[in-house]
Design a protein around this ligand. Sequence first.
Ligand SMILES: [Zn+2]
Length: 315
Amino acid sequence: MSNNKPMPAPTEISAPFWEGLKAERLLIQQCNACQHWVFYPRRHCPSCLAHDLSWREVSGNAKLYSFTVTRIATLPDFADEMPQKLAVVELDEGVRINTNLVGLEEDEIRIGMRLQPVFAEVDDKGSRLLRFTGMDSDVDSLKRLPTLAEPEAESTESTPPARRIALDDEAALQSLVSEEFSAWSNQIVVDQALINAFAELSGDDYWIHTDPERARKESPFGGTIAHGALVQVLQSRLKVPLGFEITGFTNMVNYGSDRLRFPAPVSAGSRIHSRARVKSVERVKSGTQLTLELNIHVVGNERPSVINELVILYM
Ligand SMILES: [Zn+2]
């Protein structure tokens, strides 16, 4: 797993804090002269100015001091984390930490609520960031790096069994046609490793996809983006809860696409999901043609990244 997000850059003074996080321990400084707890890491005590600080492990138990919800990424690399719950958290030792909240819905967040630390893995080298979540959250699931196969809580598992529709039932087929989209599919992360693999497979290794350094400086998107064709084919990994299943056919073929557009970019590291609607059902000479409009979005983005009007022929 790789991404282009800025990673912690330990200094001589802050290194013990970052090393602590890697070991899933929260270390903060305490002044030996006046017992004052100190955060962020410093060379001297801000209370009595003594140069006598020791690193001590604390529980990380805390309460929420303040928070805000951001819906527009400050860097394209963070598009997959939107909306972000930025917070100031007060440890039981009294010091406050700027952080973000994870595993909490917006309406669950209350000033003063009790919080626990999440040592969140952010790359495959073991770097971790300190985040916080509610006392009832499943901390273990929040500290792992997201993987491509990871199903989301809102996946198809919770959807009711599919309605079975016979191919010769014209009225039932026409009742599928709708302006309304289905619920969202599971989510997957489009990371740089996946983009690189697709570049190799397709031969399209243009720098805007494969060179994060150059893309950061020269691309209008502030970083690398996935190939439109890559995002399109990732549809196969997105299970859309359509709510119906057609029966009574001998053969089903992917007949291509009536319309394929890539209206919005997918930055490396973005999380995507999709939804669909049946646009039309028509009888044609060779069988029954169902046009499914599949839209893939970066999570949180109103504008789709892929619009694909897929034509499926049932015979
Ligand atoms: Zn002091």
